[in-house]
Design a protein around this ligand. Structure first.
Ligand SMILES: Cc1ncc(COP(=O)(O)O)c(C=O)c1O
Length: 424
């Protein structure tokens, strides 16, 4: 078989485009933050991860301008060899201090940080990587790349059952999202930490959606619960609240030193560009000196969430600026998105494998850069839509976990192996 035949036989996107409901790769030709221009029309952006609305903050924009003047457009090499800037070092030092860790390590993207770090640590002798079934894809990919053993759990009861196979799990790392990216739900970190204290595994917290949002000045999910000291490695990205691109891991000095010299996605990939590094650093400064930004964010979140729930949308228990609207069938979600766009609203649909089959959502998010008029306009559009296409009266609280079948099958086999408990 020609190895390219899956490409030549791939029809899904063309079918989607033919129906007129294709919502992906929309071309944005300009942006002022809340308002973006798409296909020559101005629409309200309600589908970003710009949680603090900082992409157009004057200090962030100026820092990026200054960086391009000082360093040029790119590093053209990896930090390991020839692309390590004083700006990277400064950002790392400030992130370590901000998160209360000994050291931090900056990567060119969040995905590269997760894949590289978990890919390396999961490959240690006899290691087992435990993943939550609705973790981000990059955690799954890192675990896969490690060639280590993977176990997947659906909730804390399930994790406890699996851990109870052995009295101690010092050879295991549990890697979880602090805030689940599609539903905005916060992980039950207290319970996870209690299990950690009992079974002795290492904890890797992907706080992509909690960093810059939860906790004191946005220090993240663990800090918001007083559990920072129980997290062995914290990860966050710059591509959301920090209004840039890139990511970091932070932890104990020997761990970061080992990662710095061994993670392949750091060593073999070009350094984070000066503009992005400077923008992330400036955003970190804004977070620390403007507490009003968090007040405005939570005020807007409360206003919008109250509004959509009053219209009859179920928001799946989100406690963050991510406001998912449960729609149910995939076809209906495509239709909602298309019509929302025609009425002036940019939203994004989320389907399997990001959410379980038959539980598609429209993922909206609110930022402090939205005005009340913007949000009221969005609510008016969502009211029109729910009147046009009423939603079924099912209970999305019973939402099953989203699971990518192939990896779950693999992990289940690993756990069902009678030798598993003996070998690990
Ligand atoms: C939970 C989570 N982890 C990691 C990432 C990857 O981050 P980045 O976009 O910086 O590569 C994302 C991005 O969507 C995410 O949602």
């Amino acid at each position: 078989m020609d190895i390219f035949s899956p490409c030549y036989n791939y029809l899904e996107s063309q079918l989607g485009k033919a129906t007129g409901f294709y919502p992906y790769f929309r071309v944005i030709s300009s942006s002022d933050g809340p308002i973006v221009t798409v296909e020559g029309r101005q629409v309200l952006m309600l589908g970003s991860n710009n949680y603090l609305g900082l992409t157009h903050h004057p200090e962030v924009v100026k820092a990026a301008h200054d960086a391009i003047d000082r360093y040029g457009s790119a590093c053209t090499g990896s930090r390991f060899l020839n692309g390590n800037l004083d700006l990277h070092q400064q950002l790392e030092a400030e992130l370590a201090e901000f998160t209360g860790r000994e050291e931090a390590l900056v990567f060119s993207s969040g995905v590269l940080a997760n894949i590289g770090t978990l890919g390396l640590l999961g490959g240690s002798q006899g290691a087992v990587v435990f993943l939550a079934s609705d973790d981000h894809a990059s955690l799954f990919d890192g675990a896969r790349l490690s060639h280590g053993r993977i176990a997947i759990f659906d909730d804390m009861d399930d994790l406890e059952r699996k851990l109870a196979l052995r009295p101690s799990w010092s050879n295991a790392i549990v890697a979880v999202d602090g805030v689940f990216s599609m539903t905005g739900r916060v992980i039950d970190l207290q319970r996870l930490v209690a299990l950690k204290r009992r079974f002795g595994f290492r904890l890797y917290l992907d706080d992509a959606h909690g960093f810059g949002v939860l906790g004191t000045q946005g220090r993240g999910t663990a800090e918001s619960l007083g559990l920072s000291g129980d997290v062995d490695l914290m990860f966050a990205t710059f591509s959301k609240a920090l209004a840039s691109v890139g990511g970091f891991v932070a932890g104990d000095k020997p761990v970061i030193e080992y990662l710095r010299h061994n993670v392949r996605t750091l060593i073999f990939s070009a350094a984070l560009p000066p503009t992005s590094t400077a923008a992330a650093l400036a955003a970190l400064h804004v977070m620390q000196k403007d507490p009003g930004i968090f007040e405005r964010m939570w005020e807007n979140v409360a206003f919008f969430k109250r509004g959509v729930e009053a219209l009859g949308y179920h928001t799946l228990g989100s406690r963050t600026p991510i406001v998912p609207l449960w729609i149910g069938s995939e076809a209906r979600a495509f239709q909602y998105c298309r019509e929302a766009f025609e009425l002036g609203l940019f939203t994004t649909p989320a389907m399997y494998p990001a959410v379980p089959k038959g539980h598609a959502i429209i993922r909206t998010s609110v930022t402090p850069a939205h005005t009340k008029e913007h949000l009221q306009g969005a609510l008016d559009i969502l009211e029109t839509l729910i009147k046009r296409h009423p939603l079924p009266q099912t209970d999305p609280d019973t939402l099953p976990p989203a699971r990518e079948t192939d990896i779950v099958e693999y992990a289940t086999k690993v756990l069902e192996d009678p030798d598993f408990a003996n070998r690990v």
